[in-house]
Write a protein that binds this ligand. Sequence first.
Ligand code: Q9C
Ligand code: ZN
Length: 342
Amino acid sequence: MRTIFNADHRFHQSPGELLNGAYVPAFEKPERADLIRAEIERARLGEISAPQPYPLSKLTAIHDAGMIDLFQHAYAEWQEAGRSGGAIPFTFGTRGVREDRVPRCLDGKLAYYSFDAGTPITPTSWRAIKSSADTALTASSLITQGERSAFALCRPPGHHAGTDHYGGYCFLNNAAIAAQAMLGDGAARIAILDIDYHHGNGTQQIFYRRNDVLFVSIHGDPDAEFPYRLGFADETGAADGEGMNANYPLPLGTEWPAWSAALNHGLTRIQTYRPDIVIVSLGVDTYKHDPISQFRLEREHFTRIGERIASLARPTMFVMEGGYAVEDIGINVVNVLSGFET
Ligand code: Q9C
Ligand code: ZN
């Protein structure tokens, strides 16, 4: 399997995040992608290449142009105001209070577009954000040109980013941008299987009213887990997308038997849709040693996951999302990919 790796991911380095009321070192850190790349090399999974640059129109096909502009220009304004650290909001949106008016000033814009304080814009973040989306787009073109599989080693991740909101370490929705590009390249139906520990609220929001992208997600119960607002089982899609969204929220502490049963349900749902292409939002934060997550999968389960996804027998693109147990992140990701290949 070919891997696309963006060396520019290092240009995004979060100075820290809020955890239980304290400002702590960021969990979403550059080592993550470098360790995954190293393990791919060690396991000789296949060729590793750099992303091609794509025009901004591929990004605006999914996201609000004002939000993309914020990623490029927020830091200059932040610095001009004499501030340090990354640009983050200190207020948030409120229901029913002129939700749609885009504020003019920086703090207003940060509050308008961002839904958490864990996703800072640093002086060089844009370079990493753009190259992460380019990584997904480059992998998507391998698939539409006939490859059976590809791995987009994206960093920063993407599945929490919606059309006009960002958060959860995510700025642009790499998987959604890739799906849209594939539809433009001739695919008619795409299924996105999101196995990150957290619900892919951004991906769900982007495709909720559409019937060309099926979204299936297995994740920690949003009644108790980030992103809290979305990911419940009764969210099944709307309008043309009715029946095109399937959520499998599972209790904190879930182990392999229950997780694996949800995967089987999700795979059956995907098989019924008969997608031209499957995109896997691949988070390995379901691992038992993940520092911010509460599922209990073990290393060997990731191999089983790859094997099961392969049983769909569709062209498949893997897109990197979360996973914060850096000591085992490489082996867990490679287990999924090599399980798929066997
Ligand atoms: N501040 C992904 O896995 N915060 N995002 C958790 C600690 C947000 C996870 C609490 C977790 C976001 C891509
Ligand atoms: Zn996650």
